[in-house]
Write a protein that binds this ligand. Structure first.
Ligand code: FMN
Length: 176
């Protein structure tokens, strides 16, 4: 059984990216379990002085979760043509250790825009030595309210897209 950790880069209560990672967790194909990381908002601002024995508990929990996972999926919004600070902060806690090194990772997108953030996130993750899967998943949820988001995510074509993307990512993980 593969364990995949899914991270949403948005803290918004009605976040479309969070809805997408929750839907991925519900639609994981057999042989693959997706768990959603929900600690982004509890992480202190990264400070290199607070590493090693001073690492805050919330950061240690993130580091352990990434270390234990067979793969990571990130779905995040774009803010001012960049990666949201909260997500970048989480990634910064992972830089000076082994958690991300050679860890398979896939990007999912809840917006058909966000091209700057996609490129920046891919660059950051490759620099951190994640093994970034070339494929991905895009389901356009931009600007939709929760009931409509859930309806779109329940459409058979989108359920199939999520299952196919997860199955392909699982294959990428297994064959590395
Ligand atoms: C402060 C702020 C800045 C944004 N900047 C951009 C941007 O530069 N490019 C873009 O495509 N969308 C931008 N957006 C729109 C968000 O990326 C978009 O609404 C996203 O789907 C929100 O994700 P969420 O539903 O998971 O919170 C911005 C939104 C906010 C709140």
């Amino acid at each position: 059984m593969l364990t995949i950790l899914a991270i949403s880069g948005s803290l918004r209560a009605a976040s479309t990216n969070s809805a997408l990672v929750e839907a991925l967790a519900r639609n994981a194909p057999s042989g693959c379990r997706v768990t959603v990381y929900d600690g982004l908002g509890r992480l202190p601002i990264f400070n290199p002085d607070d590493e090693d024995e001073r690492t805050p508990r919330a950061a240690s929990e993130l580091i352990d979760a990434v270390t234990r996972a067979d793969g990571v999926i990130i779905s995040c919004p774009e803010y001012a043509h960049g990666v949201p600070g909260g997500l970048k902060n989480a990634l910064d806690w992972l830089v000076s250790r082994d958690a991300a090194v050679a860890k398979p990772a896939m990007l999912a997108h809840a917006s058909p825009r966000s091209l700057y953030a996609r490129a920046a996130l891919a660059e950051i993750m490759r620099t951190m030595s994640f093994a970034l899967y070339d494929g991905g998943l895009e389901i356009a949820l931009l600007g939709k309210k929760p009931p409509e988001v859930e309806a779109i995510l329940a459409e058979p074509v989108n359920v199939l897209a999520m299952r196919d993307a997860l199955a392909a990512f699982a294959e990428f993980i297994r064959t590395r």
